[in-house]
Design a protein around this ligand. Structure first.
Ligand code: NAD
Length: 307
């Protein structure tokens, strides 16, 4: 079914952290489907130490060896403008940004140093911001842009020993949701993914036999679909992918309790309706805050608060 392949001819794709792991899998795939790819990688350790041009160079070489189009960039994502400059200089613009670069500084909260916190924020949050910020004017001008931000189950659910990484990864969900809202009218889509895949990052935390069954290549298809022109609906979503499974996550709000907004709205009154507050039997799936005006109306007509 080659004719039905999702292709990326004439698209310029920037993949950060593309010297290994998931980023390399994305870069090879997009190049094999016709895209011009910027292979960015700082080439440091998984803890964010050191730098080398080797990782990005090898991926570019692999792409070119089979006739693909790619250039390397060795800047840290903290200098996202330089990465986007590389795309513009080599290929004229940027259409797709895959914010993928990442590192770990795992340590319990008790023992965490400011440097562990700061570096994780810099690479994941500042790095994604800087790359998106530099790509944004091009996206707006050409009325086309696609961004993937890389979140994590650690961010969505919490993970022992990773409070820095968890905070950064959930920050990227909020970032994506807002870029999706601001970008929609310019045909800029932004989604977040939470992948699980074998890489040097997960080597330290997962057993060998599990890793053998978590191929980075299995994350590529959902990412590729989300940034392809055939995706006309998914914007601002959160997707989990790994082990051959792809799923969408969303926020869930309980129906909740409505209280009278008078002097009787006390902690005790809240507690008396706790079952309603936490009852998920009639939920909603919001993409914004509750309708405060409607709730205020309901509050006027509700009976006295239980005491
Ligand atoms: P990886 O270590 O194999 O790849 C990350 C790449 O990013 C490396 O090549 C590294 O050199 C590069 N990099 C790091 N800091 C950089 C910087 N400042 N500037 C440019 N490049 C930099 O890890 P991976 O598993 O492929 O991770 C890719 C992304 O997926 C990361 O954001 C990670 O947090 C996220 N993630 C991975 C998993 C998983 O199961 N592998 C799970 C959840 C989230």
């Amino acid at each position: 079914m080659a004719g039905k392949e999702l292709r990326f001819d004439n698209k310029v794709v920037v993949v950060t952290g593309a010297g290994g792991g998931l980023g390399k899998a994305y870069a090879l795939f997009f190049a094999s489907r016709g895209a011009s790819v910027v292979v960015n990688d700082l080439g440091g350790s998984f803890k964010g130490e050191g730098a080398s041009s080797k990782a990005a160079d090898l991926v570019v070489k692999e792409i070119k060896a089979v006739g693909g189009k790619a250039v390397a960039n060795y800047d840290s994502v903290e200098n996202g403008d330089k990465i986007i400059d590389t795309a513009v200089k080599a290929f004229g613009t940027v259409h797709v940004l895959i914010n993928n670069a990442g590192i770990l500084r795992d340590i319990s909260f008790k023992n965490m140093k400011d440097a562990d916190w700061d570096l994780i924020m810099k690479v994941h949050v500042d790095g994604s911001y800087k790359c998106a910020k530099a790509a944004w004017p091009h996206f707006r001008k050409q009325k086309y842009g696609r961004i993937i931000n890389t979140s994590s189950a650690a961010g969505l659910f919490g993970s022992f020993g990773q409070c820095n990484y968890s905070a950064a990864k959930l920050a990227l969900v909020g970032f994506s949701e807002t870029l999706a809202k601001e970008g929609a009218k310019y045909n800029i889509f932004c989604n977040a993914i939470a992948p699980v895949a074998a890489s040097r990052m997960t080597q330290t935390v997962m057993p060998e036999e599990v890793l053998a069954n978590l191929k980075p290549d299995w994350i590529v298809p959902i990412v590729a679909y989300l940034v392809h022109d055939s995706n006309q609906t998914e914007n601002g979503g959160i997707f989990e992918a790994g082990a051959g499974h792809v799923a969408k996550l969303r926020w869930e709000r309980s129906k909740g309790a409505v209280y009278k907004t008078d002097g009787t709205l006390t902690p005790g009154a809240v507690l008396k309706k706790w079952e309603q507050v936490t009852d998920y039997s009639a939920p909603s799936y919001p993409d914004g805050p509750a309708d405060f005006m409607d709730l205020l109306e309901q509050s006027k007509s509700v009976g006295p608060n239980p005491q």
